[in-house]
Design a protein around this ligand. Structure first.
Ligand SMILES: [Zn+2]
Length: 397
């Protein structure tokens, strides 16, 4: 295949801004990036110009349950491919398939299906059609606190257990990347340490942890917080709970569902002010209803109703979202965050958390050719996943 030369008004790596930018793509990799005129490009290349647009790295969604009417817990190749294709339209080029608390046997079956899909698609080379790369699994539950369970079914929540974690890790065949748990549960701290030994990112979530409990989890190796403010003990100035611990621990990263429904804009501002642009990660927490009309869907085994784009269970509790990362990015920019900084929160920051920032979430030689073309209103004008898509943006619907 011939190399592609993509020219745009500018590119954001996202750490650097390149005006009049040229990105050279060979098969599924970026091989060069620089300013037009300063970068030698292969004569044989196909050239495409996007003079009104900005090229940015593809978005990385580390917390997503589904899209296009399908849930990741279905874990069939069809369901996972449907999710991966649907989110790619909105700029997501990497995702972690995220579980929701379910009967252990069900979870194990889902993890096996996800792992098989991921391993099958890890072979090198461009994908046949434009779809997000599944970089692993985010285990949300079952070791969560029933009082902060949100819509996770109470009957399937489990006390922290090393044997259960090991069963899950075995089913996931090395593809588990993040474990979200409540650190205040008996035995949770040992699990934090065990998960870290297995190379997982430990994320605090669905938790009623006090400030002290959260701090000791951080000392034991927890370095991340799932959907900050949601399904957490609320903040008080005398007992700040986990929120105070996350806001003030410099090394801890925090997910944010920036749909304007899950978290008040003032709380978003507070998070951004406390954590800075390098420690906030925008996630969709997207469900099967993402990219679909209002109606009835499933989150794992939980029936949910979507009305006005807001996803709730039958008791009216928020049950994930229909958010896409392009919209999350626009919402953060609308809060007053410069676009160049906000972009990190959907690209480099999640890639760094996963230890994958040399290949995803960045425009650099050697990185996967995952690219998004944005117009001045930050709407997605084209997407490339590992070298597939983008020119002419024909796949846009
Ligand atoms: Zn959750």
């Amino acid at each position: 295949m011939q190399p592609l030369v993509l020219q745009a008004r500018r590119a954001l790596t996202p750490l650097e801004q390149v005006e009049d930018a040229v990105v050279v793509v060979d098969a599924d990799r970026i091989v060069a990036i620089g300013r037009r005129g300063e970068l030698r490009t292969p004569d044989s290349a196909w050239r495409f110009e996007f003079p009104d647009c900005t090229l940015v790295p593809g978005f990385v969604d580390i917390h997503i349950h589904g899209a296009a009417g399908r849930d990741a817990m279905e874990a069939t190749p069809e369901a996972l491919a449907a999710i991966a294709s649907a989110v790619a339209r909105f700029g997501t080029t990497t995702l972690l398939a995220t579980t929701v608390t379910a009967q252990l046997e069900h979870t194990l079956r889902s993890l096996r299906g996800m792992a098989e899909y991921i391993l099958h698609h890890q072979t090198d080379g461009p994908p046949a059609s434009r779809q997000a790369w599944m970089a692993g699994v985010h285990l949300e539950g079952p070791f969560i606190n029933p009082v902060r369970r949100g819509v996770h079914p109470e009957e399937f929540i489990l006390a922290p257990s090393l044997p259960v974690l090991e069963q899950m890790l075995e089913a996931a065949q090395g593809q588990a990347r993040i474990l979200t748990l409540a650190p205040e549960l008996p035995g949770a701290l040992e699990l934090v340490a065990a998960a870290r030994r297995h190379g997982l990112v430990v994320s605090l979530g669905h938790t009623d942890a006090t400030y002290q409990q959260a701090c000791s989890a951080i000392q034991h190796g927890a370095q991340h917080a799932a959907h900050m403010f949601n399904a957490m003990r609320p903040f008080s100035h005398r007992e700040t709970g986990i929120i105070g611990a996350v806001l003030t621990a410099p090394e801890v990263t925090a997910e944010l569902i920036a749909d304007g429904v899950h978290v008040h804009p003032a709380a978003m501002q507070l998070l951004l002010a406390a954590k800075g642009v390098a420690r906030v990660i925008l996630v969709s927490d997207g469900t099967a209803a993402t990219g679909m009309p209002d109606g009835n869907y499933q989150l794992g085994t939980i029936p949910v109703v979507v009305s006005g784009g807001v996803c709730r269970d039958h008791q009216g509790r928020l049950a994930g979202s229909t958010l896409t990362l392009d919209r999350a990015l626009r919402n953060i920019v609308r809060l007053g965050v410069p676009f160049e900084e906000a972009l990190r929160m959907v690209t480099l920051n999640p890639a760094r958390l996963l230890g994958m920032d040399s290949t995803i979430g960045i425009l650099a030689p050697g990185a996967q050719a995952d690219l998004v073309l944005l117009d001045d209103d930050l709407h997605v004008r084209g997407v490339m996943t590992r070298g597939t898509g983008l020119p002419g943006a024909k796949e846009e619907s």
